[in-house]
Design a protein around this ligand. Structure first.
Ligand code: HEM
Length: 126
């Protein structure tokens, strides 16, 4: 999430052509999506094992909430959002707007990721 939000999106937003922007985005998202799906499955497996070992708590509910949001994005919701955003092949200005919106959304999800990390550390160590 950090890489896509802090490196990829600023790179895309610096591009001039909307076709170039969409191609770059699709290329990265395709690869990122595969890795992210694998990681979300791993986090789920290790998380449910940890619940079995240590039990439920407020911090775990926060992690579960973030994880469910992630999983629903990666396994369906994201496709619907992209379909809506890219259905009208827009002009230059329109594409910039779409990618600005997407970057804002990625900042939001990155914030949620840090919240899950903080909740995990707090629950496990304090
Ligand atoms: C969104 C992704 C997630 C992140 C970034 C995350 C992060 C963390 C971190 C950093 C810890 C502390 C590990 C340590 O220092 O020992 C932790 C602990 C834990 N996580 Fe997660 N987690 C995530 C998802 C999940 C999910 C989906 C579950 C449950 C299904 C889960 C259940 C737990 C449990 C039970 C603990 C141990 C808490 C304790 O010691 O009482 N986590 N997590």
């Amino acid at each position: 999430m950090s890489f896509v939000t802090l490196v990829t999106f600023p790179m895309i937003l610096r591009m001039d052509q909307s076709l170039e922007m969409v191609l770059m985005f699709q290329g990265v998202e395709h690869r990122f999506g595969k890795i992210a799906k694998f990681m979300v499955i791993l986090a789920g497996l290790s998380g449910f094992y940890l619940i079995y070992e240590k039990g439920l708590s407020v911090g775990v509910w926060i992690m579960l909430f973030v994880w469910t949001f992630y999983a629903s994005l990666l396994f369906g919701l994201e496709k619907l959002i992209f379909k809506k955003l890219f259905s009208k092949p827009g002009e230059q200005a329109n594409m910039k707007k779409v990618f600005n919106l997407l970057q804002g959304f990625h900042w939001f999800v990155l914030g949620l990721s840090f919240l899950a990390i903080a909740a995990g550390i707090y629950q496990a160590h304090y």
